[in-house]
Design a protein around this ligand. Structure first.
Ligand SMILES: [Zn+2]
Length: 238
């Protein structure tokens, strides 16, 4: 009985959300604020620099406890017909680094590619090519983070099933960082940074599609590190 009551209560709510989404494309006569989502026009008006600025401002809001208040279901409705994300973020799968939250972004704003150790492979490159060349995203970010377990595993040369091959992709970053221990936070973060540089290098070298867009200046590529103890994202110099 209780289930039935809830179901009935949800019907008008769903209708209200749908009506709210429609308000974005027509005059909002009800006076309610229309949900702000990325559109073809808003995305087309952005540059790599403005996309990067948007991410920086979003993380600043997150760190300052000043995140935007969002009507999530209204955004679901407003983005149902298409998506125009302005950035693509290759991040680690780490549960402490959820990208939409730490950059204070909503539904339809950013493409997220998440995999342990934010490593690059052909499928990651294919996803980035789709996001930039087909959908029009302006900024690529390789986001590593402090205390990365995948990086620690690579330092320790850990072996486990399919994980072995994944960690092997991080090993070059360990090699260029010289000797060190996974128990040394400073060393781990040094490898994290080298791993980001490695990923950025691979993106440029292994994807002619992305390289052409980078050379033309229509897409940007930047590295960044998320600090799991402060919530702050530090963007790395070129
Ligand atoms: Zn990680």
């Amino acid at each position: 009985m209780r289930q039935t009551t809830i179901a009935i209560a949800l019907v008008p709510l769903a209708f209200a959300v749908s009506a709210s989404g429609l308000a974005q494309t027509s005059a909002d006569t009800a006076g309610k604020k229309a949900p702000s989502v990325q559109t073809s026009e808003s995305q087309g008006g952005m540059t790599p620099a403005s996309a990067l600025e948007k991410l920086k401002k979003g993380n600043a809001r997150f760190v300052e406890k000043n995140m935007k208040s969002r009507d999530w279901l209204a955004k679901v409705s407003a983005t149902a017909g298409g998506q125009y994300p302005f950035a693509v973020i290759l991040a680690c799968m780490d549960s402490r680094a959820p990208i939409e939250i730490i950059f204070d972004q909503g539904i339809g704003d950013i493409f997220g590619i998440r995999i342990a150790g934010n490593i690059v492979n052909d499928d990651v490159l294919g996803s980035m090519e789709y996001a930039t060349k087909v959908v029009g995203s302006k900024q690529l970010v390789v986001l590593g983070h402090t205390s990365c377990g995948a990086v620690k595993g690579a330092i320790d040369d850990a072996k486990l099933g399919n994980l072995t091959g994944l960690l092997a992709k991080i090993r070059p970053a360990v090699s260029v960082s010289g000797p060190g221990s996974a128990k040394d936070d400073a060393y781990v973060n040094k490898v994290v940074q080298a791993n980001i540089s490695q990923a950025m290098k691979e993106i440029r070298e292994k994807s002619p599609t992305i390289k052409a867009q980078l050379d033309a200046g229509t897409v940007g590529l930047v590295g960044a590190i998320y600090d799991v103890s402060t919530g702050k994202v530090t963007f790395l110099p070129d």
